[in-house]
Design a protein around this ligand. Sequence first.
Ligand SMILES: [Cu+2]
Ligand SMILES: [Zn+2]
Length: 196
Amino acid sequence: MPSSLLFRRLRALRPLPILAGLALPLTLAACGDGSMGGMHSTPTPKAQVVANATLMLASGASAGTAELLQGPDGFRVHVDAKGLPPGVHGIHLHTVGKCEAPGFTTAGGHLNPDGHQHGAENPAGSHLGDLTNLTVGADGTGALDFSLRGGADMTGPALFDADGTALVIHAAPDDYKTDPSGNSGARLACGVFVRQ
Ligand SMILES: [Cu+2]
Ligand SMILES: [Zn+2]
């Protein structure tokens, strides 16, 4: 075979490995959100559960569960509550992972690693542990998803410090501004996050 022909064939072949190399990452990216191969214009970032909490009432009865999820954009809290009085309830991450009934005061104050005051409507707010109120229906259940602010440098170490972190559900709504706890009243339910 003349060497010039061999050269042309090699040149014609060259794009193939490049295309094959591109196709694999694209395929993986399309499936990266865990869906069954569907293409999305805005794929949901994959978040993994990094800690779980079992919520408990003062009576010792279960009040549902909570999860901490970590994704590319930070941490998220998911709550599935049950056995609670219908209505609107303040809910926060508290600074100590210790839930002693009946008052749950052992959980300490709100998680606040960067020294803010309480509440999203407080000019000096908010605590890292301030979530939006949980609405409980007539059947006693309620669910909440909340993305925590801050990057991995502050949020992760605050959540997983030596004394742990608790989630507390209160009797009254959080007014989002009264320091230090939003006037949200007694602590009805508490759960300690256990790292996975
Ligand atoms: Cu609280
Ligand atoms: Zn707070």
